[in-house]
Design a protein around this ligand. Structure first.
Ligand code: MRU
Length: 345
């Protein structure tokens, strides 16, 4: 099954599929500098927690090459580039996690080895994420039954990752296992990742899906038309609280009220052991124009005051389980994840 590929490293160039142009056009960005990648990340041309980590890692490979031409100390240049990249999207921990892995490589390397070692580390992050998603799919699909109707939010497919995806990967794996799954796709305002990206992926693969506006989820659940909710994660605190796309928390509350299982699906690059609980997770706030406009068209008065947090936090007690490459964490979610995190990282 061919998936849309969001990131590709080819001949020293980082090629990104510009997700802001989907579904209308397939446009690729060829990034030759870390600044071009940082700019693409900032405007969500590349997005989704695992994809952000991989894009950030390759951006540091570009930075090491740029440093050669400046006469600057390479490690210093790469560290400055990492700081710029880290500041672009503060919530998705995978970005900082991948940058830290590359910076640790720089510390250990001799100057003549920098570029080769950084490239090898970026490529292994990409491959690890791909393998993790395949394993997540295997564990997660076992939780879905033939005939299930799964509600999902934002985009967690191959566009947001480097493999089959996280929540969408589980759905793909269930379909490949022969189960009939219907997907209910939240449009996901303000930037419509559900409508624009998830629907594109599902339609391309012939997986039955229905698009709904975000405010329709409660009624759909009330009518018994949702049997499970699957979402991704941008950062998981030590106690198991989960930051994910704005609107996720509301779905978790609704799922609990209606007695529907609510699963978070994430690789072990997403827990952040340094953060004790959800309140401590930094939440990115974005340009008010994203709320005032849809597809560039004003849908509110130009001067309307706006609040635009890109993520919210779902408390662990609303989460039925977190599906990772090592299995499904249930019950004492934070403690189980801490054990698995230590094994992978
Ligand atoms: O702002 P975005 O589009 O980067 O937000 C993406 C999400 O919230 C996803 O659910 C999350 O990154 C998990 S992706 C596998």
């Amino acid at each position: 099954m061919g998936h849309l590929q969001s990131i590709e490293w080819r001949d020293g160039i980082l090629r990104l599929l510009d997700q802001t142009r989907l579904p209308a056009e397939l446009v690729y960005l060829d990034c030759r500098t870390h600044r071009e990648v940082a700019e693409a990340i900032g405007r969500l041309a590349v997005r989704g927690a695992p994809a952000l980590g991989v894009a950030g890692a390759f951006a540091l490979v570009l930075a090491a090459r740029e440093a050669r031409g400046t006469g600057e100390d390479v490690p210093h240049f790469v560290q400055k580039a990492a700081a710029e990249l880290r500041a672009t999207r503060p919530t998705a921990v995978n970005l900082g996690w991948a940058l830290d892995r590359l910076l640790a490589t720089v510390e250990k390397a001799r100057p003549e080895e920098f570029e080769a070692l950084l490239l090898a580390e970026a490529q292994s992050i990409l491959e690890e994420e791909r393998r993790a998603e395949a394993a997540i799919g295997r564990h997660g699909q076992a939780l879905l039954a033939d005939g299930d109707a799964v509600l999902t939010h934002c985009n967690t497919g191959s566009l947001a990752t480097t493999g089959i995806g996280t929540a969408l990967g589980v759905i793909r794996a269930a379909v490949e296992a022969g189960k009939r799954i219907h997907v209910c796709v939240d449009e996901t305002r303000p930037l419509l990742q559900g409508a624009r990206l998830t629907m594109t992926e599902l339609l391309a693969e012939g997986i039955p899906a229905t698009l709904i506006c975000d405010n329709m989820a409660a009624y759909l659940m009330r009518r018994g038309q949702v049997t499970a909710v699957l979402v991704g994660a941008d950062r998981i605190a030590r106690n198991g609280d989960v930051a994910n796309k704005i609107g996720t928390y509301g779905l978790a509350v609704l799922a609990r009220y209606h007695g529907i299982p609510f699963y978070v699906v994430a690789p072990l690059s997403t827990p952040d052991p340094a953060i004790p609980c959800g309140e401590e997770i930094p939440i990115e706030e974005r340009d008010p124009e994203e709320v005032r406009r849809i597809g560039g068209v004003l849908v509110a008065p130009a001067g309307a005051p706006v609040w635009n947090p890109a993520f919210d936090v779902t408390p662990v007690e609303l989460i039925t389980g977190i599906i990772t490459e090592y299995g499904v964490a249930r019950g004492e979610i934070g403690r189980i994840l801490a054990g698995w995190y230590g094994r992978r990282n």
